[in-house]
Design a protein around this ligand. Structure first.
Ligand SMILES: C[S@@+](CC[C@H](N)C(=O)[O-])C[C@H]1O[C@@H](n2cnc3c(N)ncnc32)[C@H](O)[C@@H]1O
Length: 379
């Protein structure tokens, strides 16, 4: 990152000072924050941590600025919510000069992103190759357009395998998520062809088969937000559970009903329930949610593209006074609010952009507290 291009007192020398976003905390909380940053792949391993008196400085990845789904506030929330044994974690996010840090290893390999920037500048600019990629367990999924030749795609796959740490297999997105199961086609580029992996986030683990089920690591921040809202008496209905990331994030609730129509997702959900010792809490249901008859006080509707078709069903499932976490795709979240206005009385507890979806559309989440469910009262 280059900022501060300054003219030097008439000498006309342009000075580029490389800076690094950094977390400053005390030594006592340093280890906890270091582990959190590693979990989210946000610790910049090119530099050594810096100690000064009682303070520790942890350099952040430049990804923090590049990724549209993580912002500084999200990071602050996640850290604040992980209370240390002694209570509140004190920290601040500051900007330091690169020269304030010692390089961790002078002979270090370039990162995959550095490799892309050096060799594919044009493609990054015209969007045929993206900076961003997903890491799910030990599988990497790149975003490379069909316009890039197969030979070049395979070469990029091999480079990603070489330069991204702990990678077993590299694929590329061959289509958008599609169909009822919301699964995308993948092209294998390098490493093993096995698509099953073990993924960790927010203190739980998940088996994910990237070729058979929907899964997005970019929602881990959002799941953390939901996790913090769970009360011990909550009855959760996860209407579109997939392999269960939201259901498992709700593990402090009393009971969680997890529904999906994809048999592969429910098969993995059952494994994930065992993996996280939640057999007595989560009830997996392989079914079209339209056919399910249940009641809960917290409903999770993570099917953003078609959420508007399932609002009546969600209102049938929710108790009066309960909450619906409504994920939707659109240009403006008022589209969702207007839809609910025609069906029930509610209060909006919280709303936010979760991630961008297309050049003009976003995935939003709106937390609706359902005060009076007019539709059910009429029936
Ligand atoms: C966007 S994915 C979300 C999965 C999961 N919540 C997650 O975050 O990984 C939506 C899920 O809804 C499921 N689905 C689609 N239509 C459904 C229906 N009518 N009833 C139940 N599940 C459905 C799909 O199979 C898919 O797994």
């Amino acid at each position: 990152m280059k900022i501060n291009g300054e003219k030097n007192n008439g000498n006309n020398i342009i000075q580029d000072i490389k800076t690094i976003k950094t977390i400053k905390t005390n030594l006592k909380n340093g280890e906890l924050i270091r582990r959190l940053l590693l979990d989210y792949n946000l610790l910049n391993k090119d530099y050594k941590l810096k100690k000064s008196n009682n303070d520790l400085y942890l350099p952040l990845n430049k990804e923090l600025e590049e990724m549209e789904d993580i912002n500084e506030n999200d990071l602050k929330n996640v850290i604040s919510q992980n209370k240390s044994q002694n209570g509140i974690i004190e920290f601040e996010i500051i900007t330091l000069k690169e020269s304030d840090f010692e390089k961790s290893n002078g002979k270090k390999n370039p990162s995959f992103k550095d490799y892309l920037i050096t060799n594919y500048d044009e493609e990054l600019k015209n969007g045929t190759i993206a900076h961003a990629y997903d890491i799910i367990g030990d599988i990497v999924i790149l975003q490379i357009s069909d316009e890039i030749s197969k030979e070049e795609r395979l070469k990029l796959g091999e480079k990603a395998k070489e330069l991204i740490p702990s990678v077993r297999a590299v694929f590329r997105r061959e289509s958008d998520v599609k169909g009822e199961y919301r699964v995308r086609d993948l092209e294998h580029l390098a490493g093993e062809k096995d698509t099953l992996t073990l993924y960790k986030e927010n203190g739980y683990k998940l088996y994910v088969d990237v070729a058979k089920v929907y899964f997005s690591p970019r929602l881990s921040w959002e799941r953390n937000r939901i996790m913090q809202k769970i009360e011990k008496d909550d009855i959760i209905i996860d209407m579109f559970c997939g392999v269960g990331p939201y259901s498992i994030a709700c593990k402090d609730a009393k009971k969680i009903y997890s529904i999906d129509v994809n048999p592969e997702a429910i098969k993995l959900l059952k494994e994930n329930i065992k993996l996280n010792n939640l057999e007595n809490k989560i009830i997996p249901i392989l079914e079209d949610v339209r056919k399910v008859n249940l009641k809960g006080n917290r409903i999770i509707m993570n099917l953003p593209k078609y959420a508007n078709q399932f609002v009546d069903k969600a209102l049938e499932l929710v108790e009066d006074g309960g909450t619906i976490h409504y994920y939707m795709v659109g240009a403006d979240l008022n589209e969702g609010i207007e839809l609910f206005k025609s069906k029930c009385d509610f209060e909006v507890l919280e709303s936010r952009v979760v991630k961008s979806y297309s050049p003009r559309e976003y995935v939003f989440v709106i937390d609706f507290k359902i005060i009076k469910n007019n539709k059910n009262n009429k029936e």
